[in-house]
Design a protein around this ligand. Sequence first.
Ligand code: COA
Length: 262
Amino acid sequence: MEFTTIKVQLGESMAWVNLDRPEVRNALNAELIRELTEAFDWLNSRDDIRVIILKGNGKAFCAGADLAYMKEMAGYSYNQNIADAEKLSKLFQTIYFCDKAVIVDVHGACIGGANGIIAAADIVIAEKETKFAFTEVRLGLTPATISPFVVSKIGNTAAKELMLTGRRFSADEAKAFGLVNVVVDEAEMIDTERQYIEYFMQASPDAIAECKHLLRLVSGTADRLNPVFYDTSVLIANQRVSKAGQEGLTAFFEKRNPEWFK
Ligand code: COA
């Protein structure tokens, strides 16, 4: 398959997927969201693939939603906005419901929507200098479509602290909050990744798929038709066009503080 915003490389039983918009820190625009969803759907349908490894090219894993594209959505109709937000939710769902083992390597920064990606994955390896944040409230938005995956992964106490403050936190804190599995030096990244791949290669691929289903089942997140996916899409669609959302997004690109900032 041909992609422009991601790079996909197939190996024996494995696939490497790299986000490839380094100039904007791999921010998630409509095209990247579409291509990444397509790539995961495609890899999930392949019997020869057992492990998917996701990374970001350039200085950072991912700066979350592309704010230029978010801002632009204000000019679209209400229904177009909801349909578009649903595509973002669908991306996280596609990763979350994927039958393959999904490893994500993060470095640099992992902001906003990027945390939806890692929360939907199975194993997250973080380079120790990675900066994390759920910046949405500072932008007049909420971490809407990612919340079902993040809250299911880290629980309400951590989600309240991180989503309501919007503060930066370190890789070590991310590990303490249960958002990442391992924190490593850059030089240890590949060996750590290899170790997990080895575990997954010793497990039956069918059992991995079933075990992922089992874990969704016991944590109450196995329903693909859960209305929360639609509801959170409506929420973010509304916020993007709201006064606060537009002020926050405008302030970001004007490199100034928004009007509520004290
Ligand atoms: N959407 C659109 N463009 C973005 C972006 C985003 N989420 N994040 C970064 N960019 C752009 C910047 O505007 C900048 O563009 P410019 O070169 O035209 O000025 C370029 O990417 C590089 O960003 P910069 O901030 O200079 O990189 P950095 O390596 O110093 O910092 C981050 C990286 C990710 C920490 C920082 O870019 C950041 O905080 N981004 C915003 C993240 C965010 O709040 N996302 C929203 C989630 S809902």
